[in-house]
Design a protein. Structure first.
Length: 459
């Protein structure tokens, strides 16, 4: 009994999981792992002057969910600690496990923040670590070989800790049996519908029986080596970031292709993996990274690469833009002359001028057109793939898409640039170029002044 507690205590102190006087919020599901973790903290709290509390999430996914909630509530009374509950009805249509995880950790952080807990403890064990590494290997996530982190800062000054991560499941079961502890069994753990359950129930036991009975310990030692490697790669990657990144917002990253090509290919791939995963808020598998670098070496300017439905990259000469995909917001506004308009992303106005007041300005957001040539209803709309016009300064026809590429306009910006339309002809690519057919010339008698102003958004 004491050996078990000593093992947890030693592991916790070696990894600085908690200190004297810490306030620790325990994520308790009611299963054997979390119940054992609760018993461990209850045994150690006096020695380390710890303040502990319980947090539980009921997703209402199974018929046992209510009983588990009542059981955890009873535990809090038995251990005389505060109890925090979130009761929700989780949508079963989407990724259940991923959604549940997000909701769970967001709730833990919220409780910890509001009640000044500086540690959040969850009950992953050595077998969970093995399953995670195995799962990452199958998915092709090389950096996932480092396994489940022992400790990480989940919010400013709040750390997520895993104090029983080095304990095997059979050790935990033996401790619970010797202490005659009560706990709940999640029936879904025995269903192989989930990939992780299939690994746990079918694959890993066969490897342990046939190849290596200490597979989980071997994996833990290997994952520590990979963690050291991962930390080294992270340090080296951070060193190259300032040279590569040209612009970064919460929705977009623009980086230099030439600078990326100068660094070691392994670091370059880790750089892309790191920032694309940050944008996607989930890990991108290594196979997708390989495909992306093949795209970089062969794709023409203006071509897109889809990391997922929500993240895409665009190649534009020496720049690569990686951005969150947004549905194109088509717009079509009817315009009357001598009026000022304010829309979601821009302002537009027009004024009829006397010929005597005409003066060319060095301002791309202001243009002058021959009023008499605007002999039909005017509209403002965004561009379409078949659009073309005659850029002022020449008599040639040019596709708008090619014009945007030549002007190095990012994909995201292209969808927001309004085109002034008259009788299905483009009069002005607002803020960029007037159409040659509507320019002021020696035969012009009346002039219309056109003015465009983009509304800048905060990052």
């Amino acid at each position: 009994m004491q050996t078990f507690l000593n093992k947890v205590q030693t592991f916790a102190l070696e990894n600085n999981l908690f200190s004297f006087g810490d306030k620790v919020l325990l994520g308790i599901s009611g299963g054997i792992d979390s119940c054992v973790m609760l018993e461990v903290f209850s045994s150690l709290k006096k020695k380390f002057n710890l303040t502990i509390a319980i947090a539980h999430v009921n997703y209402n996914l199974r018929k046992e969910s209510i009983e588990e909630e009542k059981f955890v509530c009873k535990l809090s009374k038995n251990y005389n600690v505060p109890f925090y509950l979130k009761n929700i009805f989780l949508d079963k249509k989407n990724s259940i496990q991923e959604n549940a995880r997000t909701i769970r950790y967001n709730f833990f952080v919220e409780v910890a923040t509001l009640n000044s807990y500086n540690k959040i403890a969850v009950a992953h064990n050595l077998n969970d670590n093995l399953e995670t590494v195995f799962f990452n290997f199958i998915r092709g996530s090389f950096l996932g070989f480092s396994g489940i982190p022992i400790k990480r800062e989940i919010e400013k000054n709040i750390f997520l800790i895993r104090p029983i991560l080095k304990l095997k499941r059979n050790e935990i079961e033996k401790f619970a049996n010797e202490k005659k502890m009560e706990f709940k069994v999640d029936s879904s753990n025995f269903k192989n519908d989930y990939s992780r359950n299939f690994l746990r129930n079918e694959v890993i036991p066969k490897i342990e029986n046939k190849l290596n009975p200490n597979f989980s310990e071997t994996n833990y030692s290997n994952s520590k080596v990979f963690l050291d490697l991962y930390n080294f790669v992270e340090i080296k990657t951070k060193e190259i970031i300032p040279k590569i990144i040209l612009k970064q917002t919460k929705d977009e990253l623009i980086f230099s292709l030439s600078e990326l090509n100068k660094v070691d290919i392994f670091l370059a791939k880790n750089f892309v993996h790191l920032f694309v995963s940050l944008l996607a808020k989930s890990s991108i598998d290594s196979n997708m990274i390989e495909k992306f670098f093949l795209f970089l070496s062969s794709a023409e300017n203006g071509k897109k690469f889809n990391f997922s439905k929500s993240i895409y990259a665009t190649k534009s000469r020496n720049e690569i833009s990686v951005a969150k995909a947004k549905l194109k917001e088509n717009f079509l506004y009817k315009i009357e002359l001598n009026k000022k308009y304010k829309f979601k992303n821009f302002e537009f106005e027009s004024n009829i001028l006397d010929l005597s007041k005409f003066k060319i300005l060095n301002n791309s957001n202001v243009e002058f057109a021959d009023l008499e040539k605007l002999n039909s209803q005017l509209f403002l709309r965004n561009w379409k793939c078949y659009d073309n016009f005659y850029p002022i300064g020449g008599n040639y026809n040019k596709k708008i898409s090619d014009f945007f590429i030549d002007k190095k306009i990012p994909i995201k910006e292209k969808t927001e640039i309004p085109l002034l339309i008259c009788d299905e002809k483009i009069v002005w690519v607002c803020g960029k170029r007037l159409d040659n057919r509507f320019k002021v010339d020696s035969n012009t008698k009346k002039i219309i002044k056109l003015k465009f102003k983009k509304i800048e958004k905060e990052n």
